[in-house]
Each structure stands twice: as C-alpha cells, then as structure tokens.
Design a protein around this ligand. Structure first.
Ligand code: NAP
Length: 446
C-alpha cells in the first residue's frame, strides 16, 4: 500500500511513462517500501529525491540496421537507458530479445540502481539492449548485428561514463563482437568499457558464473537464519541460460539436488538431478532446445504446457525472465512445502506471488539483492582492468561470497531496523534507496 505522497508520485510516473507496464511494476514495488524511509527522512520528500530517481538521467534510442547471410536488410531498435550515476559510472547489462522495448529496459535499469547500490561498490545503474532475436542466427549474423549496434552505442559509453555487460541473449560471444567494434572505432584498448569479456582479452574469472553462484550464496544465507542448509534439498531452477546453469552447478556443489529446469518451450523434469555437463553441452555448445536433454537422458521427461512450479520441491529459484511466477504458482509452491525462494532473474515473481510468500512466511530473496553477484563481479572485473591485474578463481569467488553475505546482512538488518523483520524486499529497497538518495543530496541538485 502507498501513502498519499507516494501514491501521487506513482500516478505521475504512470502518467508520464504511459504503457510501460513492467516499469510501473518495478517502481510500485520500490515505492511500497519507501513510506517508512520518507517518514524518517522528510528531506527526501522535500527535495523530490524519489521523483528524480524515477526519471532516467538519459535515454538513448537508436536504429540498428544489419544484413543477414542472404543479404536481406533488417532493422532493429537499440536502447540504452542511463538511469542514475550518483554512485559511479552507469553500469548494467544489454539484453537482446524480441520482447525488448523501452518499458522493459527502464524496469531493468531502475532495478539496477538499487542492486548496484547494495553491492557496496562504486557503480551507478543503467540497462540497454535491442529487440533483436539471436536465436537461430549464425555467428556472422550475430557479429554484424553487434557491430552495427556498437557503431551507435560507442559514443555513449566509456570506462568512466557507462559500462555495459551481458544479460539475456548477450553472452561472451556478443561481448566479444561489441568490444571488437568499440576498439576499432575508438582506436583504444579500453578494457573497462565492457564487462563479461573473455579471459584472454581482459575478462575476469568467475564473472560468467557469478550471477547464478551469487544467487545460491544468498539463498544459503537466508536458510542459515533458520539454522538450515542447502544439503539434501530438492530445488526447481527455471530457465537454462547463464544464470540457471550456474545456479544449478553451485546448488549441486553444495549438496542440493535440482530436479527441474526449463526454457521457453517447456520443462525438463529429472528426479535424479539435472546433469549440468549435459545441459551445458546442449545449451551453450550446440545452442539447441531443452527437449534434446530429455532425448539423451533416460531419467528425464520433457513437459510441454505445464509449469515448472507445479513440481514438488523445497527451494525455488526463478532464473528465466520477468513475471514467470504468478500468485497461483506461488500458492502451489507453498502447498508443496517450499521453504525459501531466491530470484536469479530480474522481477520473475509477480507482486501477488511475493504477497503469497510473505503471507506464508516463506523467506523470499528479491532479484535486486539475490542476483547482485553478477554486477558485483563485473565491478571486480573493472578493478582488475584498472590495475591491469588478474585474480585467481578461488580469490574472486571468495570476494563474491563475501559480497553476497554482506548484501544479505544489509537487507536483513535494514528490514529489522525499519520494523519489518524478515522482509528482504523492504530491506533491499530501503537500503539501496537510502544510499543513492544520500549521494544525490550530497552532489547538489542533480
Ligand atoms: P539467458 O542466458 O539468455 O537465458 C535465459 C533463459 O531463460 C533461457 O533458457 C530461456 O529459454 C529461458 N526463458 C526465457 N523466457 C522463458 C519463459 N517464459 N519460460 C521459461 N524459460 C524462459 O539469460 P540469463 O543471462 O541467464 O538471464 C536470465 C535472467 O537473469 C534475466 O531476467 C536477466 O535479466 C537476469 N540476470 C542476468 C544476469 C547475468 O549476469 N546474465 C545478471 C543479473 C540478472 P529460451 O532459450 O527458450 O529463450
């Protein structure tokens, strides 16, 4: 529920950003937590900090023309929304997916402000992408698209200005093509302009695994509050992309068993535990559909048209996409004995799903806290680029685990301090907002 001041701010956001449904949803979720902060800090309302945070510093929309292998011309739309740079250079991923529009990029960029603040590292919030579908495209088509995309984007980014990374549809292959084009245009080997790079051209160990691993570290911290561990727990992990695969890998390493994962065509149910190496081979090497997994593994079944959330398990990690888990899915999970939920994806649970988890007192870790390990490790990659250094896997993973533990502690303690113990959504929103708001106030009217 929003109080009168916050309600009118929200109405104004809806009015001035018409049709941007996901952006409205992300703003509403944050505003619902801020009543308590505004009561404690009336200066934030007086100085219109909330209204300023809801308005991006800069929004760039551009044409991306490219040719496919047969010579046909295609035109896509590219976006970069530079939302807030009070804490550091803009930072946030690029998403290539046909569903990408301004509203999606703004919701992701808005979330990114608070997520980046929670990491404790000096990075502002941004997001970008294009409505390009890399699925089924050859390497040379993807390369030409990336080169055309960067031909416009290069003028807006830079290691001290804006540092993009990957997201859905943008992995190391795409980052390579983007970095190569940036280097050609600028004549600078500016490693710090993009993160998620390959190891022999400026990348950092653990960055690729970081979002999935970090989500599991956060989940382990949530369980530890009640004296529980991951050991022996059955889990559902939606998606089968970068975040899902590495979440599954780390869950198995910590003694849990992932019994199902998914892609946009269906669900794989594998009661013996998902075979991560086979999954990597199919999704990352062959770039094939998940149905192939079930063809190659006897213990697995491929289910089309049924929800992954109807499978019985104790832990749920939505790692695919926004709004993939609704109120009725949440009710099913709770009825089936789910004891904790951590979001690997951005805003995968609808508002009504979150309400169901809160009402049932099922600990719920929101994406802006639970999946912050990816961007945190990106910031570690920037540190290594700046010092021309390269850290070991173990050292970087230890840093990641420490950062996730600190984020958990910050969210947990903030929720307690504001009288909503155990509410990680409020804890994350309040702690992230307070940090950005204080910096904005210190920097004058920005
Ligand atoms: P990705 O590698 O492109 O994988 C996305 C996966 O989700 C694919 O397996 C995709 O299947 C599946 N998927 C998409 N829509 C689905 C649906 N409606 N139902 C079931 N599965 C669906 O992307 P990613 O990097 O793992 O990102 C996943 C989520 O994590 C996104 O919300 C992203 O914003 C968030 N995130 C990513 C990072 C990062 O470092 N990569 C960091 C923070 C947050 P198809 O192959 O069929 O499309």
């Amino acid at each position: 529920m929003l109080d009168e001041t916050l309600e009118s701010i929200f109405d104004e956001v809806v009015r001035t950003n018409a049709g941007e449904r996901e952006f409205h949803q992300a703003v509403q979720e944050v505003l619902e937590s801020l009543g308590l902060v505004v009561a404690k800090h009336p200066e934030f309302a007086r100085d219109k900090i909330i209204q300023r945070i809801c308005e991006p510093e800069r929004q760039i929309i551009f044409r991306v023309p490219w040719q496919d292998d047969s010579g046909e011309v295609h035109i896509n739309r590219g976006f970069r929304v530079e939302f807030n740079s009070a804490l550091g250079p803009f930072k946030g991923g690029l998403r290539f997916h046909p569903s990408v529009d301004l509203g999606i990029v703004k919701f992701l960029g808005f979330e990114q402000i608070f997520k980046n603040a929670l990491t404790g590292l000096p990075i502002g919030g941004a997001k970008g992408g294009a409505d390009f579908d890399p699925k089924g495209r050859t390497d040379s088509e993807v390369m030409r698209f990336c080169q055309s995309f960067m031909t416009e984007l290069y003028r807006h980014v830079g290691e001290y200005t804006d540092v993009p990374a990957g997201d859905t549809g943008v992995g190391m292959r795409e980052i390579g093509y983007l970095f190569g084009q940036y280097k050609r245009i600028t004549n600078r080997y500016e490693s710090g302009v993009l993160t998620g790079k390959g190891m022999n051209w400026g990348g950092a160990l653990v960055r690729n695994e970081a979002t999935g691993y970090g989500t599991v570290f956060f989940l382990a911290e949530m369980l530890a509050v009640d004296g529980a561990t991951l050991e022996g727990k059955e889990c559902l992990v939606s998606g089968s992309g970068n975040v899902a695969i590495h979440a599954i890998e780390k869950l198995h390493e910590r003694g849990a068993r992932v019994v199902a994962c998914s892609d946009s065509d269906g669900v794989v149910h594998d009661p013996d535990g998902v075979d991560v190496e086979l999954l990597k081979q199919i999704k990352q090497v062959e770039r094939a559909r998940l149905s192939v997994y079930a063809e190659r593994r006897r213990s697995a079944r491929h289910l089309v048209g049924s929800s992954i959330w109807s499978i019985r398990a104790q832990l749920a990690l939505p790692c695919a996409t926004q709004n993939e888990l609704n109120g009725s899915d949440a009710a099913t999970l709770v009825a089936n004995g789910c004891i904790a939920v951590a979001e690997g994806a951005n805003m995968p649970c609808t508002s009504s799903a979150i309400r169901v988890f809160h009402d049932a007192q099922v600990p719920f870790g929101p994406g802006k806290a639970a999946n912050a390990g990816g961007v945190a490790t990106s910031a570690l990659e920037m540190q290594q680029n700046a010092s021309r250094d390269s850290w070991t896997f173990d050292y970087t993973q230890r840093r990641l685990e420490e950062i996730m533990s600190n984020i958990h502690r910050t969210c947990f303690d903030t929720a307690e301090a504001y009288g909503v113990p155990g509410n990680y959504v409020a804890g994350a929103n309040i702690a992230g907002f307070a940090k950005v708001a204080a910096a904005m106030n210190a920097l004058g009217l920005i």
